[in-house]
Structures are given as C-alpha cells and as structure tokens.
Design a protein around this ligand. Structure first.
Ligand SMILES: [Zn+2]
Length: 283
C-alpha cells in the first residue's frame, strides 16, 4: 500500500496551500514544444521581464512566500530577475536545465541535466531541497538520481491528489501485475494538470489549445480547494502557475481573487519545503 500522511497545520488553518510558480521562461517552448523561433522566445521573455515581477508584487501584497521551480536555462538567461526571486525570500526548486523531457534519456544524459541545473542554481547561491520534473514525467532512473543527489522531496507525480506520499519504483508488466519496489525516503508532494494554468490558457497554433474560459479554471480550482477544506483533514492544495500565463492581467486578478477566498477559509500559504517539514506520516 502507498505510504502517505497529513500536514501538521498551524492552529486555525484548514489546508496547506502552495502557489507554485514554474518560471520556465523560453525553455518551456524549447523543451516541450520544440520551438525556438524569436516569436516563441519572446513569449518566454514576456514571462521573465514583465510577468514575473507582476507575480512577485502580488505575492508580496499578501506576504506569501512560495516555491519557484526554475530551470537552469532561465537562471542563466535572466540572471537579474531570478536573483530578485531569491531576494524576495522565495524557495527555489530544481526544474531541469532547458525544460527537458527526461523520460527517453539514458542515465548519463539525465544525470548531466541534473548537474547542469544544480550548477546554475549554485550560481544564484541556492542548493535546492526539492525537484520538479519539467515534463511532469519520470524515467526509470529519476527516483534514484534524486536520492543520489540528496533531494528531500519531489513534486512531479500524481499518485495522490491531496496528500504527500512516499514514491516507489515500479516494475511494469503487460502480462501480469506491476510490481512496486520499496518506499523512497524522498517525499512526493503531488501535482495535477487540473491545478495548472498552462493547459487551458496557453495557445500555440496546432500545439496548445489554451483559449479556454478563465472563470472555468477559477471554478475548478475553487471546487478542489473547497473539497480539501470540507472533506479532508491536513490536506495540501498544490497549484502550478507560470509567470507567462498567470501574469497576464485577466489571469492575475483571478489568482488574487482565489488567494483572498482561500485565505478567508483558512489556507496556510506555504512553500513546498515547509509542507515537507510539516508532513506527518500515517502509522
Ligand atoms: Zn515547467
């Protein structure tokens, strides 16, 4: 059985909330969509130069410290703005180098990306405690590479929706049951495409169908948060935003509305590292 547990919340709080910021910049277009034209690079530039400061300002307004998952490529391309994220007191999470899909890579190729990302973050003065896979996918080697490099938590998998758990290696069979390996010591703080701004809001002709209703997104996020409040105890709500997406005017007002609503219902706004540190494993 999966080993999971609750978050030990501060008194009076109902749900741990992480407003994750995946600061992909141009690399999301390079790594996920194979695009590197000046036009797609400009979309990443918007995210870094215009939208990231807007997101920082909103988080400051509510005194929220959160987790920014930053590829090494963003750190190296936009050193001033990534430095400013650190200076604002946010946690920095390893997020690959150029937003690679690591699934088809060899162990050596994947390890090389791990060390390149670590080096860029070290130039910022950061040693990350957590990792988020850029494509929200794993290779068979990812878990052991994360353990080798001493990560305390990962936030890329979907084996639970509202509670952290211990991820396990899985041996896949098509002619009999899959076989799970032992629990990792690493904690998985799960994500969900349903709690991500990018899929429904970013449009790229023939590649991404993101011209969908903003109120629909708000309603879904609120419904998931309400369920965690009303039906679960010590749950965590892990939102994934991207500056180039959430930082647009019509989106950032929705995020602000959601922050106010969650705050009114007892959200504990926390970094992923704080969620890790307050995890209480079920006996
Ligand atoms: Zn990303």
């Amino acid at each position: 059985m999966q080993t999971s547990g609750k978050i030990n919340l501060p008194k009076g709080k109902r749900v741990a909330v992480n407003i994750g910021v995946d600061f992909d910049g141009p690399s999301v277009w390079m790594g996920m969509y194979n695009q590197e034209s000046p036009a797609y690079m400009a979309r990443g530039e918007f995210g870094a130069e215009v939208a990231a400061p807007r997101v920082l300002k909103l988080l400051d307004k509510y005194n929220i410290k959160t987790s920014w998952c930053i590829p090494g490529h963003t750190v190296d391309t936009f050193p001033e703005i990534t430095k400013s994220v650190v200076d604002h007191g946010h946690e920095i999470v390893h997020h690959g180098y150029a937003h690679e899909n690591i699934t088809p890579l060899t162990y050596e190729e994947e390890e090389k990306i791990m060390t390149m990302g670590l080096e860029s973050l070290a130039n910022l003065g950061v040693k990350p405690r957590g990792y988020r896979s850029p494509a929200w996918n794993y290779s068979p080697n990812t878990l052991s590479i994360l353990e080798k490099y001493g990560f305390e938590y990962d936030s890329s998998l979907m084996g639970n929706d509202l509670y952290p758990y211990r991820p396990r290696p899985v041996e896949v069979h098509h002619d009999k049951a899959n076989v799970f390996g032992p629990d990792s010591q690493l904690l998985e703080i799960p994500v969900s495409w349903l709690l991500d701004d990018f899929p429904t809001q970013e449009f790229a002709p023939g590649m991404a169908d993101g011209l969908q209703s903003v109120s629909g997104v708000y309603d879904r996020w609120k419904a998931i948060f309400d369920y965690a409040c009303d039906h679960e105890e010590g749950a965590c709500f892990v939102l994934t935003t991207h500056p180039q997406t959430i930082g647009r005017g019509h989106m950032i007002v929705e995020l602000e509305k959601l922050i106010q609503y969650m705050d009114s219902r007892g959200a504990w706004f926390a970094t992923l590292a704080e969620i890790h540190d307050n995890f209480e494993q079920d006996k």
